[in-house]
Ligand binder design. Sequence first.
Ligand code: G6P
Length: 364
Amino acid sequence: GHYDTGGYEHYLLKEISEQPDTIARTLRGRLDDRFHVAHLGGLNMDARETRSFRRVKIIGCGSAYYSGQIGAQLIEELARIPADAEPASEFRYRSPVVEADTLYVAISQSGETYDTLAAVQELKRKGGRVLGIVNTVGSAIARECDGGVYLHAGPEVSVASTKAFTSTAAAFALLALHLGRVRDLSPADGRRICEGLRALPEQIKEILTQEEHIRELAHKYATSAGMMFIGRVRGYPVAREGAQKLKEVSYVHAEAYPASELKHGPLALIGPEMPTVAIVPDDEMLDKNLTTLGEIRARSGRILMVGHRETDQADDCVIVPKNQNELDPILLSIPLQLFAYHAAVALGRDVDRPRNLAKSVTVE
Ligand code: G6P
């Protein structure tokens, strides 16, 4: 039907708020509770081929690239295949070695981003096996790939990507589950991931109920000279995407760093005028992250912590529901979307059509 803001003030807020449904649509019909596997009919790959890959290379631009970084971590953790993500724009220009035993995955909401399309075409020319994780059915990138996973997240209108980002991460969880269960992921771990995925829509609803709290925080921090976003391992792509969202829609300068890299340079920027958004999941990195928060406080840096439990090391906290460690990045991303949105509104920005940006960059 006709797609409008549905009573929301902006498409961006509408699309953030839709995520309980859009994630459910990405998962629908794809989880098997009997064998704890994922059914992905569009991959066009038999079991022998699925087991044959020794490496996964993920490419995309902008938020698609950051969701690809989450995807690479999911594939390494669940399928134990070495995986990494790279901007498609870099990949296509550096004459990459195309290997027969590498699975290439191209990510695109629109399916029309020229740099990503050109990278896929170059891969195909050199015999690469390419899957697409794409939102727009029948788009150029979807047609060029050998197979793939459609997000079914519905049209995304606001220039800043939100629901496509989280659906891409969920699609990667399905792909990682699928690859893992035909290799050596145990049924128990498969079940753990299936249950975690099924819990996501309700958990996203819970986060959305905290919008007013996040709006107040956005107003408090939006006038900062700049913001630092940090995270370790699974928290790092979340921090990168959070910084990207803030930059895109509010024009507030934001940097994203792995938390452990802070001491190797950017700590020099930390002071009262440069607050930090710290992604602190309750995982094996918790103690290290809390130590980092202490180092920031010692330099009079203010801290907004997004994680699973309150800490007095932070000035402000946003607490999200805990899922399985591997799936936490999906939930941790959502407060950062609301934060960027409300910062942009507070500063009077053109939220859905930020200056200098296009929804999809279909030229070189
Ligand atoms: C543009 C948009 C970004 C988006 C990127 C990739 O630069 O401004 O928000 O992440 O393109 O778009 P795609 O449609 O390929 O996911």
